[in-house]
Write a protein that binds this ligand. Structure first.
Ligand SMILES: *Cc1c(COP(=O)(O)O)cnc(C)c1O
Length: 377
C-alpha cells in the first residue's frame, strides 16, 4: 500500500503490518457482537502504533463506520481519511475547544457535567456540530459522569442532554480481560440501567475483551482496539485474533565469549559458559523497552533466530540489543541474518511479559524508526 516506508534496507528493523488481518479481526469481532450491533474501531495512539491513516483507510473500505481516538489531533488525522464517519474523541472536551471539534466534524465524548454544559452552550449558538457521546463511569473513576448524574440527566426532558445533541451513550470496562473479576457483572448491570434510561439512544460498552464476556449485551456499537491489532483479548486462553504486527531486525555482528565475560553497559550479564552472542540493530530508541534487559538478576526479552528463541543478554541499549544465540543454528546466527522480535511464538503478550509490561504498551511504543511495510490488502 501507499503507506510503505521507502528504501527499507536503510533501517535497523522492519515492521510488517498485515492490514488484511486487521480487517479480518474487525469482521470477527463484529460477528461476535451479534445481530443488531456493529463494531467500531478504536484508533487512538496512532492506531495502537500501526498507523492511523492505513488503519482507518483499510477499516473504512471494509465498512467500519465509527472511529474512536483519544485526542483531537488524532481525530483530525482520522477525519482526513474518513470524511463521513463519526469520529469520537474519548478524552472529551478541553475548555474552549468546541470550535476545533466543529471545524473538523469531530464528536466529543462528554465525560462531565461541565463538558456537557459547555458543548450544549456551543450548540445553542447555532454551531453546526456533529452529535456528541455521553460517557458514564461505571467503575474506572477516570472519565465519565457518575451513574446517578447520568440517570438524573435522562429524566430532564428538555435539559442539557437534548441541548447538547447526544447521539451515543457509553461506558468502559475496567477489567474485562479477566472474566472472573466480579466488577464486570456490576458494570454490566450499572450500564444496563443507564442504557434503559436513554431509550432513544444507541449505546456502547464493549472493548475488545468485552466481546468475550458471557452475559454481556453488545448494544448497538462496540469499541474494540487491542484485539483489532492482534492482541489477545482472552489472556491465558488461545488468541482468537489474527496477528497483525511483525517486527524483524538483523544481526550486525556475532562473537564468542568465554565463561565469566561481562556483557553490555555496566556488565549486568555474565556468561556462565562459552557463548555465542549476536548484536541486533534495534534498541530502546526504537520503542523496545529497556525493561526487557536480561541481567544476572532478572530475566528479560528474547528474539527468534533460526527458529530458536534466544534470550537477550545485558542491558537493552539505545540502538542495539545483544542476544545469546548459542542454541541457534550457526547458519542462521550470522551477520546479516534476520532476528524476529515480534511474530511467531513471540506474540504481543509474550513480548510484553518479557519487558515486564503488557502487549498494549509494546504495540503503542512501536518506534517511528522502523521501516514499515503494509501487506495483506
Ligand atoms: C482504549 C479504549 C477502548 C479500546 O479498548 P481495547 O481494550 O484496546 O479493546 C475502548 N473504549 C475506551 C473508552 C477506551 O479508552
Amino acid at each position: 500500500m501507499i503507506f510503505d516506508t521507502p528504501a527499507s534496507g536503510a533501517h535497523g528493523a522492519t515492521l510488517t503490518i498485515d492490514l488484511g488481518a486487521l480487517v479480518a479481526n474487525w469482521r470477527a469481532l463484529g460477528e461476535r457482537a451479534g445481530a443488531g450491533a456493529e463494531a467500531g474501531a478504536v484508533v487512538k495512539a496512532d492506531a495502537y502504533g500501526i498507523g492511523i491513516e492505513p488503519a482507518v483507510t483499510a477499516l473504512s473500505r471494509a465498512g467500519c463506520r465509527s472511529f474512536f481516538v483519544a485526542h483531537v489531533s488524532e481525530g483530525i488525522r482520522a477525519r482526513a481519511v474518513a470524511p463521513e464517519a463519526p469520529v469520537y474523541v474519548l478524552n472529551g472536551l478541553l475548555p474552549g475547544s468546541c470550535d476545533v471539534f466543529a471545524q473538523h466534524e469531530l464528536s466529543p465524548v462528554l465525560g462531565s457535567h461541565e463538558e456537557l454544559l459547555e458543548w450544549a452552550a456551543f450548540r445553542q449558538t447555532g454551531a453546526n456540530a456533529r452529535p456528541a457521546a455521553l460517557h458514564v463511569d461505571t467503575a474506572m473513576n477516570r472519565l465519565g459522569l457518575w451513574a446517578g448524574e447520568g440517570l438524573n440527566l435522562a429524566r430532564e426532558k428538555a435539559g442539557a442532554i437534548s441541548a447538547a445533541g447526544i447521539g451515543l451513550v457509553m461506558s468502559h470496562f475496567a477489567s474485562s480481560e479477566d472474566e472472573t473479576d466480579p466488577a464486570n457483572a456490576r458494570q454490566i448491570a450499572a450500564f444496563a440501567e443507564i442504557a434503559a434510561a436513554f431509550p432513544g439512544l444507541p449505546a456502547s460498552l464493549k472493548n475488545s475483551s468485552g466481546h468475550f464476556l458471557k452475559e454481556c449485551p453488545s448494544y448497538q456499537l462496540t469499541r474494540p482496539g487491542y484485539g483489532l491489532y492482534g492482541g489477545n483479548p482472552t489472556p491465558g486462553l488461545p488468541n482468537p485474533m489474527r496477528p497483525v504486527v511483525g517486527l524483524e531486525s538483523r544481526i550486525i555482528q556475532v562473537r564468542e565469549v568465554e565463561p565469566g565475560t561481562q556483557v553490555g553497559y555496566n556488565g549486568r550479564w555474565t556468561a556462565k559458559r562459552k557463548s555465542r552472542l549476536a548484536t541486533i540493530c534495534l534498541g530502546y530508541a526504537d520503542g523496545y523497552p529497556r525493561n526487557a534487559s536480561w541481567t544476572d538478576k532478572s530475566t528479560g526479552g528474547s528474539a527468534i533466530v533460526g527458529g530458536v528463541a534466544c534470550p537477550f543478554v545485558g542491558s537493552v541499549s539505545m540502538d542495539l540489543i545483544i542476544v545469546d544465540v548459542t542454541a541457534a543454528p550457526v547458519a542462521a546466527a550470522k551477520r546479516g541474518e534476520p532476528a524476529t522480535l515480534i511474530g511467531g511464538a513471540l506474540d504481543l503478550e509474550t513480548v510484553g511479559a518479557g519487558a515486564k509490561t503488557i502487549g498494549y504498551e509494546i504495540l503503542t511504543s512501536l518506534g517511528r524508526r522502523h521501516a514499515r511495510r503494509y501487506v495483506g490488502l
